[in-house]
Ligand binder design. Structure first.
Ligand code: NAD
Length: 247
């Protein structure tokens, strides 16, 4: 699918950092936020995805997250998720880091191992009193409570809250050879700034998105189209080069 000169070279010892956004899960049937038909056409972020919304009306917030949890339980990884898992398998241990803004678990289901969920995970709940985090896909009726009596909330990062793993991510961005961003609009910070950080650290930057994202100018290589079509060919191209180089 690609002219070899249009794909940046990698070696088996390359350190690769991948950032994924809602677009990579779109072909699995999970809606993005900002596209036409996206979730923010149906809901207002301030009603369901802020700490203030949860304080005001936890039942409505839980209704929204129960619905997202139900949907997440029904979908499967697509060829883009699986291509990233294949790439990780062929690199040296520790040289592949996948940072996702997504709260679904499709990367892990596809076989990716080193995944940092910077916006938390739909399958986890956190106690608002003792801060204990536990994993469950139960669909709650009403508001769930912890054994300590505290109210449970989804363990996801809401607007106005600090994303997870930021320091670790910055370190990975400075240390890597190639940064690949997939299915992310470049509007949500701090994730939108990772590309510029990597670029200014001299890292080769590659983007895959259905349309040009807001920060497209920082990509050295940009592939416009669906992740499920582009990623498998891009990864095949890289793996073929690794096997012929024996690198
Ligand atoms: P976004 O909705 O702002 O942007 C998604 C981008 O993906 C768009 O630029 C769109 O053109 C592109 N896209 C759509 N379909 C694509 C496809 N098939 N292949 C490639 N690109 C495609 O999403 P964002 O940048 O991730 O930021 C929004 C926030 O929404 C994040 O914080 C994330 O946590 C959250 N979110 C997560 C999920 C999920 O967990 N699956 C779903 C919706 C939103």
């Amino acid at each position: 699918m690609f002219e070899s000169q249009s794909v940046p070279p990698i070696s088996k010892s390359s350190k690769i950092v991948v950032l994924t956004g809602a677009g990579i899960s779109a072909e699995s049937g999970i809606r993005t936020f900002r596209d036409a038909g996206g979730m923010w056409e149906q809901y207002r972020a301030e009603d369901i995805a802020t700490p203030e919304a949860f304080d005001r009306d936890p039942e409505t917030v839980w209704e929204f997250y129960n619905e997202r949890r139900r949907k997440a339980g029904e979908v499967q990884p697509n060829p883009a998720h699986r291509a990233l898992a294949r790439l990780e398998e062929h690199l040296l241990p520790g040289n592949f880091t996948l940072i996702t803004q997504n709260v679904d678990n499709l990367h892990r289901l596809a076989g990716s191992k080193n995944v940092l969920h910077m916006h938390g995970e739909l399958s986890k709940v956190r106690c608002t009193k003792c801060a204990n985090v536990s994993e469950t896909m139960e669909l709650f009726e009403g508001i769930p409570y912890c054994d300590c009596g505290g109210m449970l909330r989804p363990d996801v990062v809401w607007f106005g809250e600090m994303p997870m793993f930021l320091e670790e991510t910055q370190n990975h961005l400075y240390m890597c050879d190639l940064f690949l961003a997939i299915g992310t609009s470049g509007h949500v910070h701090p994730a939108a700034g990772f590309l510029q950080t990597a670029k200014s650290a001299g890292v080769v930057t590659v983007g895959v998105n259905l349309e040009e994202p807001a920060n497209v100018r920082y990509f050295d290589f940009f592939f416009c189209g669906k992740a499920g079509g582009i990623l498998p060919s891009l990864v095949d191209n890289w793996l073929e080069a690794l096997s012929t180089k024996g690198a």
